[in-house]
Design a protein around this ligand. Structure first.
Ligand code: ADP
Length: 678
């Protein structure tokens, strides 16, 4: 038997389903993890890019601020306080304050830090008394003492100061020593607003997108410019602005939209790929699910077909092109009694009866060579069961064509026809019995005719015998008669004996014709002429015709070919039809009772046509409806089997029994018989 590979045991199915799902889950987890890592890395890369740019911007800003402060120092130097008149100084410094907005105030001090002159920025000014600045203002003093010590410009730490406009600002002093021939002559002191430094020294682009501030090293914010716009993600960069006497930190804060998933091409690309990958994964999962469903459907279909094959009572067997058995179904195994293992792969089938095996091998070789076309209508053969009993089978063969349209072998279906044969035999036997009964019935019906026919010879015999006896008694002692008379008597006796013998022979012939008719049975089809057929039934027909006063008209076309038929049965048909015809004319006037039997050649069918014509009452419609129904009769002593039997017999000869009305009245029954073709 076959084990369906698509129908595993439940635990196997569960195991494979679990494995498949765990693999899929693992794949999904890995892909999702990979995608998350990729997106995260891309985000990080992007963040580092932003951070790098911010660091570069911050470094650039520090450089710019430092350059600006140095330029201011140079400008302050250029005022050339030592060689300028106070008026000239005022003009130059005013010009400078006009341009340099980060400077709120410039002072000219002597070597003892006394203020000689001071100028305020026209934009924002500090409300300072010169005296207070000279004495108490320690930031400028600290810066200048530093500058004096190093003989170079120095800055003070930043400090908070209220301004005139009642706002405060973080300020820082710068002190530039004025030296002449190595001698300190005075100082130029500038006051910076840190806020203004940021505003004026940095390029607009920097402050537009980010917040720039000065802070103390500890993080305290001193001054701030830049965008008020906030995002949720902040990038920060810090750079030291190391000035002589003051160290500050320049800090830049840059905000980015959060979460910035598509800020740049890389992240977008990675995200796009991730989406594509997830889509492919979904499609794959769907495809897999569809395939699983198809697999299940296929398994179900296969199981259904297997169940169908197993429950078939028709035996199925497939052979490959080499004649080896490649498949057998359970019905075939049950039929021949061999197991599938014993049959599969065999090219010499063990169910072939040894006496027929040679013939079967030849037939198989012919079939494989393509000499015998597929027998779709089936052919009969004899197989052998494992226990040695033979049985008849009906075989239907067809070429086995695969999906590519190529023949891969032969497929055969087998039907065990043992039972069918038995039934056929039974029905044939019962048919024969029925026919014999019908014949006996015919004879029974003829019994009165027979007695009438036999009466005549018997009466004749009796009278001849009585006459002879009388003659002998009248003559007395024969020894007393003269020689002539004795000779005469002997002649008379001889003639009487001859007549008795003749009549006895005649009676014997009548009886023999009946006995022959009843006992005759030949099953094989014989070749016989129409004349011979009619001759066999005419004695019996004549018997009845003479009794019923029917005129007989027999016409047989000359040179008809012999017909091929079951002689006994056709005689019976003729006799039945003739008898029915004569019975139908019983009520007609005696002169009108005429029965015509004819045989002629039917060109269109190439058969010999027989007709039995009467001039009787005809067949009324209500009788016609049931004419061929067994046991239908309109006669008291009838059995109703005659016509149905005639029809069966004629159908067995490849023809049919027809009838039509005769003109002016009566019926014509016709049928035809095949001729021998040689
Ligand atoms: P049976 O002769 O025993 O009645 P048949 O089967 O031979 O049985 O005939 C059936 C019936 O058909 C007859 O009873 C009769 O009524 C009708 N029949 C048969 N042949 C003729 C005929 N030649 N003319 C009129 N009626 C007929």
């Amino acid at each position: 038997m076959f084990v369906n590979p698509l129908q595993p045991w439940p635990w196997q199915r569960w195991h494979s389903a679990w494995r498949r799902w765990s693999l899929w889950t693992l794949l999904v987890v890995l892909v999702v993890a990979m995608l998350i890592i990729m997106v995260w890395l891309a985000g990080r890369y992007e963040a580092s890019q932003v951070q790098d740019k911010l660091d570069r911007d911050t470094a650039q800003a520090v450089v710019e601020i430092r350059a600006g402060l140095n330029r201011n120092l140079q400008d302050m130097q250029a005022v050339n306080a030592l060689h300028a008149t106070p008026e000239e100084w005022s003009v130059r410094v005013a010009e400078m304050l006009q341009v340099r907005r980060e400077l709120l105030r410039i002072e000219w001090r002597d070597a003892h830090m006394r203020i000689l002159r001071a100028a305020q920025s026209p934009y924002r000014s500090v409300d300072w008394e010169d005296a207070s600045r000279e004495e108490s203002f320690s930031n400028a003093i600290a810066a200048c003492s530093n500058a004096k010590r190093t003989s170079s410009p120095a800055y003070s730490p930043s400090y908070f100061q209220l301004l005139n406009d009642s706002t405060g600002a973080e300020l820082m002093e710068v002190c530039l020593p004025q030296l002449e021939a190595g001698q300190l002559k005075g100082f130029m002191v500038g006051t910076y607003s840190l806020h203004n430094i940021l505003q004026t020294q940095l390029s607009k682009s920097l402050t537009q997108s980010q917040e720039v501030s000065f802070t103390e090293p500890d993080g305290t914010r001193l001054a701030l410019v830049g965008a008020a716009w906030r995002g949720s993600r902040v990038f920060t960069s810090q750079q030291l602005l190391d000035l002589p006497g003051n160290t500050m930190v320049l800090r830049m804060d840059s905000w980015h939209r959060a979460p910035s998933v598509f800020p740049n091409v890389l992240t977008a690309l990675v995200t796009g790929m991730a989406i594509a990958l997830v889509s492919v994964l979904i499609v794959l999962v769907r495809d897999n699910r569809r395939r699983l469903r198809a697999e299940r459907d296929l398994g179900d279909a296969l199981a259904f077909r297997k169940a169908m094959e197993d429950s078939l009572i028709t035996g199925l067997r497939a052979r490959d092109l080499q004649g080896r058995i490649s498949y057998v179904n359970p019905a075939f195994c049950a039929m021949v009694g061999f197991s599938a293992e014993e049959l599969l792969g065999q090219s010499f089938a063990p169910y072939w009866p040894p006496e027929l095996a040679e013939e079967y091998v030849k037939r198989q070789a012919k079939r494989l060579a393509g000499a015998i076309p597929a027998a779709r209508e089936g052919h009969e053969s004899v197989f052998m069961r494992k226990d040695g009993t033979r049985f008849p089978v009906l075989i239907f063969e067809a070429p086995l064509i695969n999906a590519q349209g190529q023949q891969t072998g032969w497929m055969s279906a087998f039907v065990d026809i043992t039972e069918q044969r038995r039934m056929e035999e039974l029905s044939r036997a019962s048919q024969e019995r029925l026919q014999a009964t019908a014949r006996l019935a015919t004879v029974g019906e003829m019994a009165s005719l027979l007695s009438h026919e036999l009466t005549q010879p018997l009466m004749a015999m009796s009278s001849y015998a009585n006459g002879s006896l009388n003659m002998l008694q009248n003559d007395g002692d024969l020894r007393l008669l003269d020689a002539d008379t004795l000779r005469q008597r002997l002649q008379d006796l001889q003639s009487a004996m001859q007549r008795i013998a003749f009549q006895a022979d005649r009676a014997g012939k009548v009886i023999k014709s009946v006995r022959d008719f009843v006992r005759r049975r030949s099953r094989a089809h014989e070749s016989i002429t129409a004349q011979e057929l009619l001759d066999a039934v005419l004695p019996l027909v004549r018997l009845q015709a003479s009794k019923s006063g029917v005129l007989l008209d027999i016409s047989i076309e000359p040179r008809l070919p012999p017909v091929l038929c079951d002689v006994t049965m056709i005689e019976q048909v003729l006799l039945n039809l003739a008898r029915n015809a004569m019975q139908a004319m019983e009520n007609m006037a005696p002169g009108l009772r005429k029965l015509s039997i004819s045989a002629q050649w039917d060109e269109s069918a190439s058969r010999v046509a027989f007709s039995v014509m009467d001039q009787g009452s005809g067949i009324p419609p209500e009788v016609a409806e049931q004419l061929f129904t067994p046991f239908f009769t309109t006669k008291h002593e009838g059995m109703g089997l005659g016509l149905s039997m005639c029809r069966t017999v004629l159908e067995q000869h490849g023809g049919e029994l027809r009838y039509r009305s005769n003109i002016p009245h009566g019926t014509v029954f016709t049928f035809s018989l095949p001729v021998q073709n040689d």
